[in-house]
Write a protein that binds this ligand. Structure first.
Ligand code: NAD
Length: 483
């Protein structure tokens, strides 16, 4: 197959030669072959991208000052250009990170245009300026201003979906952006840059510089950045928060998780197996909000362990481009080594009921079998640390209050779910779970509702009107009392 090779970077509305000659070579996690390359962004490229974004933002007649409707018109074109490239975007993501193609079509092709339209509509429906009659005489004019030049740093696991959790509200609000994709998923980011150029985004409004953590860190502390929006590991988030704290720079952090699925004693897991799969093992176990701790009542423990074991062992493992595939490879050999390290630990800490090895017959690619450990204590390493692979721990509990206590006994608080045939009962339990989001009998990132974490899962929210807030600052103009 021919490789996809780019030689220039999208900066300031143009394709420009990179500051350095190094490249990022993308290796397929399925075939282990090189499938493409892009220039590796260097500090000079970050400088050029931030300067272009700064000029675009500071232009007194530019993007930031346009009426939301004008920006919405351009963002609608951007959405249409993305849709025209949707199938190719999904395929590129799937080829780079192993995401099953049916999921890539939803998350990577479908979600970005939807988010652009949602945030454009939200901006259009809010008054540009609100007039408040004062208590001390006079009138205050209150408006929301775009926060400025945004440095957006994203991981490889859902590269387009996560990029647009940031880009859609930031661009709709009037911000300009420098996006730094992860090294593993760059080919989709370049296709998105092509869509931005074709849509006629004004120069500098969106700039894309791929690279590793070094240029990520350089972007975070760049003097001309006004706001950082980061999704990735808790360790990197902590380092970024330290920098932003020192610089008094606003930052949104979407980090790791170790969420719990609480299976109540009246749940019909077998009857909702597709939803349960979606909440626990989606994207080969590589999603931050996955419910990788399954809390099962002792009264139905054996049956629930058997159901989950049956689910995991029946999943079709294979080429992510095959629509029948439920579990593709992990993103890299490094990631597989990490996951296998946790599986080895799990064999000491719990009872392996299925999986635990590389699938037979897959001699190429970074595959691991979906793996379930039963009889795991909530203090075990595999219950406390994020594995980021298809590995579940089943933890027994005696009653509802113990289930809630176990769910809340975590350094993380990002997702979660409650499973029951009584929706109200489940919602009652969900209210007591300390986490940013909890699903009842399913889990979904709903565009209109805020998504984000507490504790080591991060700070701030994406999605919903709250996700727009993150890219706006309030401004007040006091008018004098009438003479
Ligand atoms: P990572 O933190 O290593 O990398 C994420 C991105 O940050 C990459 O672009 C990387 O180059 C960059 N980066 C790394 N260190 C940096 C630093 N010090 N300064 C600036 N940039 C830096 O994470 P990963 O292993 O690629 O991704 C998996 C992690 O992301 C998991 O922990 C997962 O839970 C988390 N994640 C969270 C969410 C969420 O919404 N909460 C969503 C997806 C993934």
């Amino acid at each position: 197959m021919p490789t996809l090779d780019y030689r220039q970077l999208y900066i300031g509305g143009q394709w420009r030669d990179p500051a350095q000659s190094e490249t990022i070579d993308v290796q397929s996690p399925t075939t282990e072959e090189i499938i493409g390359s892009v220039p590796r962004g260097g500090r000079g490229d970050i400088d050029a991208a931030v300067a272009a974004a700064r000029v675009a933002f500071d232009d007194p007649d530019g993007w930031a000052t346009w009426h939301p409707k004008q920006r919405a018109d351009v963002l609608e074109k951007f959405a249409a250009e993305l849709e025209a490239r949707g199938a190719e975007t999904a395929a590129r993501v799937s080829m780079q990170n192993g995401m099953p193609i049916w999921l890539a079509q939803q998350f990577e092709a479908g979600f970005p245009p939807l988010l652009l339209r949602y945030y454009s509509d939200l901006m259009n429906s809010a008054p540009v300026e609100e007039e408040r009659q004062g208590m001390l005489g006079g009138v205050s004019l209150v408006s929301r201003q775009p926060v400025g030049v945004v440095g957006a740093i994203v991981p490889w696991n859902v590269p387009q979906g996560i990029s647009f959790l940031k880009l859609a509200p930031a661009l709709a609000a009037g911000c300009t952006v420098v996006l730094k994709p992860a090294e593993e998923t760059v080919l989709d980011a370049f296709l998105m840059a092509e869509a931005a150029a074709a849509a006629g985004l004004p120069p500098g409004v969106l700039n894309v510089v791929p690279g590793g953590r070094d240029i990520g860190a350089y972007l975070v502390e760049h003097p001309d950045i006004d706001k950082v929006s980061f999704t990735g590991s808790t360790a990197a988030g902590r380092a970024i928060a330290e920098t932003c704290g020192r610089l008094l720079r606003p930052v949104t952090l979407e980090l790791g998780g170790k969420s719990a699925a609480i299976v109540l004693d009246d749940a019909d897991i077998a009857g909702s197996i597709e939803s349960f799969f979606g909440a626990t093992l989606l994207n080969n176990g590589q999603i931050c909000w996955l419910n990788t701790r399954v809390l099962a009542p002792r009264s139905r423990y054996t049956e629930i362990v058997d159901t989950i074991t049956g689910l995991a062992s029946a999943l079709t493992i294979g080429d992510p481009l095959d629509p029948e595939t439920k579990i593709g490879p992990l993103v890299s050999s490094r990631q597989r080594e990490r996951v296998e390290g946790y599986i080895a630990k799990g064999k000491q800490e719990g009872r392996l009921t299925t999986g635990g090895s590389r699938p037979s017959g897959q001699d190429r690619g970074w595959f691991v079998e979906p793996t379930v450990f039963a009889d795991v204590d909530n203090n075990a390493v595999i219950s406390r640390e994020e594995i980021f692979g298809p590995v579940l721990s089943v933890i027994p509990y005696a009653d509802e209050s113990e289930a809630i206590a176990i769910a809340n006994d975590s350094n993380y608080g990002l997702g979660g779910s409650v499973w029951s045939s009584d929706t109200e009962r489940a919602a009652g339990v969900a209210r007591k779970v300390r986490s940013g989001t909890v699903g009842v009998n399913h889990y979904v990132n709903e565009p209109v509702a805020p998504f984000g974490g507490i504790k080591e899962s991060g700070m701030g929210r994406e999605l919903g009107p709250e996700g727009l807030d993150a890219f706006q600052v309030y401004k007040t103009i006091y008018l004098p009392p009438a003479q």
